[in-house]
Design a binder for this molecule. Structure first.
Ligand code: HEM
Length: 111
């Protein structure tokens, strides 16, 4: 498996927000929409972001084939708890983009 690196993962997430802005004709208000925080300037920031107390990438699910159990992968794929799939109301990440994030987490989140 040739795992993607962090710059690629950041690009996927940044691109998702640009697509969202184009579709909804405004910039997404990530800060007000995600109390507890949601940001990914660094991979550590992404992993420890915990909107609504749901930590995006729990340490014990990194590097061991459990990426699909992380809150990040769950919410990019389907509803999670009372929350709808993200980015809210789409456009959603493609299956291939989500798989890249899965592979990256399973590979131990390489730089
Ligand atoms: C556990 C993780 C997350 C939770 C609980 C969560 C929850 C929410 C909630 C409650 C809202 C506002 C209500 C709504 O529009 O549904 C929202 C909006 C949004 N979320 Fe999330 N979210 C999560 C992760 C993410 C991620 C990873 C992304 C991007 C890849 C994302 C992108 C967005 C966007 C673009 C909006 C719309 C903001 C706006 O209207 O200006 N969210 N989220």
């Amino acid at each position: 498996m040739n795992a993607p690196n962090w710059p690629r993962i950041k690009e996927i997430l940044d691109t998702a927000l640009r697509r969202w802005a184009a579709e909804h004709n405004r910039e997404p208000k990530l800060k007000v929409s995600h109390p507890g925080g949601l940001s990914w300037a660094t991979k550590e920031e992404l992993a420890t972001s915990a909107p609504y107390e749901l930590q995006l990438i729990e340490t014990n699910k990194v590097g061991n084939g459990r990426a699909t159990e992380t809150n990040l992968i769950k919410i990019l794929t389907r509803n999670l708890g009372g929350f709808r799939r993200m980015p809210s109301r789409g456009p959603y990440l493609s299956t291939g983009e989500i798989q890249e994030i899965v592979d990256w987490i399973d590979a131990g989140m390489p730089d």
